[in-house]
Ligand binder design. Structure first.
Ligand SMILES: Cc1ncc(COP(=O)(O)O)c(C=O)c1O
Length: 379
């Protein structure tokens, strides 16, 4: 009999002390558990309209033979196309298996054990998590009025601070830093740390004071911008996102990037999505507009407070625990995100889908609001 694994010795303390993320179960399993024929996924800010037409065409015409060869190891063609769009050099772009992967590349490139990153307490938490299990300290600056606190973040910088992560607009509050606020932050950071702008929801922005990151990149060599094909572009299942930044900065990031991690289908579909002539993004924005108005009015009528600014999501404050509300909505076929894990207990985040799905959701929510104590939960 071999000796038992001595995990305490083998696994670093910062990994041992980290709790693994538990993704939701597959839809079929959830439908069985909650006894519903269909589940509307309103928990991951996906785009129910599906991929842009050129991407659909490419996907449906794929020759299965292509998967027997490795893809381009550094997404050469896609980086070329993105470089044109961003008016930068190809080498200023790194593609990842989702934006999540590029968050990891950046932390690995700049942070060693004992260093720190600065971000907010109530924002998309993947940077915080990667920092924690890498032995890097996340400094979490409380949001102010549901917005990133520029002064708080700048004040938190010390000699071990390597990266500031700003989610713009913020998931889950939808608030954004304006061009002036961001310029102010970049001036005050003054090259002492890398500044990441996670623009996963940039395509949804329709306000004139949203920063043009292309312009900022020209002026600030310590800036890096993240984008994803998972949200407005509706390619979440293919896992593809990227970063663009100053040449020297990206030169460091490329050392920690995993070659060949973006599969050939994702590369082809992302290239095709970018051929869309604006029809897809227009339709997507219109859907989100209509649904936001519909849900906002309904929540006012139901006396449910909301936080709703930008992005294809809204936050709802329910008069009950968020995990209980989640379960009751699941029993009616609507999957929202319970927000205790985002440090918003009592809130759920709702992805804005088609107006007809939103109508159904409003009906389901109205049912559970007055019937709190009578609903039995599945085990
Ligand atoms: C702010 C933000 N950044 C990054 C991501 C991750 O995107 P991807 O699917 O490209 O990994 C998400 C996904 O929810 C997000 O909300």
């Amino acid at each position: 009999m071999m000796a038992a694994l001595d995990l305490k010795r083998l696994v670093p303390g910062h990994v041992l002390g980290f709790e693994a993320y538990v993704p939701s179960k597959p839809d079929a399993e959830l439908c069985r558990l909650y006894q519903v024929p269909h589940l509307h996924r309103l928990n991951n800010n996906e785009n129910p309209l599906g991929p842009p037409f050129p991407a659909r065409e490419v996907l449906s015409g794929l020759n299965p033979q292509i998967v027997s060869s490795y893809p381009s190891g550094d997404s050469w063609a896609l980086r070329g196309k993105l470089a044109e769009l961003w008016q930068v050099e190809r080498d200023q772009i790194v593609i990842g298996n989702g934006a999540n992967e590029v968050i990891g590349f950046v932390i690995k490139a700049f942070c060693g054990a004992g260093d720190n990153i600065v971000t907010a307490d109530r924002t998309f938490a993947v940077a915080e998590w990667i920092a924690r299990f890498s032995g890097v300290t996340p400094r979490l600056i409380p949001l102010l009025d549901y917005r990133f606190d520029v002064t708080g973040m700048v004040t938190a910088i010390d000699l071990r601070t390597k990266v500031l992560f700003i989610c713009n607009p913020n998931n889950p509050t939808g608030t954004h830093l304006t061009t002036d606020e961001l310029e102010d932050l970049l001036q005050r950071v003054d090259g002492r740390a890398i500044v990441v702008l996670d623009e996963a929801y940039a395509e949804y922005m329709e306000v004139s004071d949203f920063p043009d990151s292309r312009v900022l990149l020209e002026r600030h060599p310590n800036l890096v911008v993240f984008r994803t094909f998972s949200k407005a572009w509706a390619l979440a299942g293919l896992r593809i996102g990227y970063l663009v930044g100053g040449r020297d900065l990206v030169d460091a990031v490329r050392r920690t990037a995993i070659a060949y991690s973006i599969n050939v289908i994702a590369q082809e579909a992302a290239m095709a999505a970018l051929q869309d002539n604006g029809v897809h993004l227009r339709a997507t924005r219109e859907m989100v507009h209509s649904s936001r108005s519909l849900v906002s009015i309904a929540m006012q009528n139901l006396n449910v407070p909301t936080i709703s600014h930008n992005g294809n999501f809204m936050m709802l404050k329910l008069p009950m625990g968020d995990t209980g509300a989640h379960r009751q909505l699941m029993r009616r076929g609507y999957m929202v995100r319970a927000m205790s894990d985002f440090r918003f207990p009592g809130w759920v985040r709702l992805s804005l889908s088609t107006p007809s799905v939103m109508g159904g959701f409003i009906g389901a929510l109205s049912e559970i609001l007055p019937r709190l104590s009578r609903v039995s939960e599945p085990s």
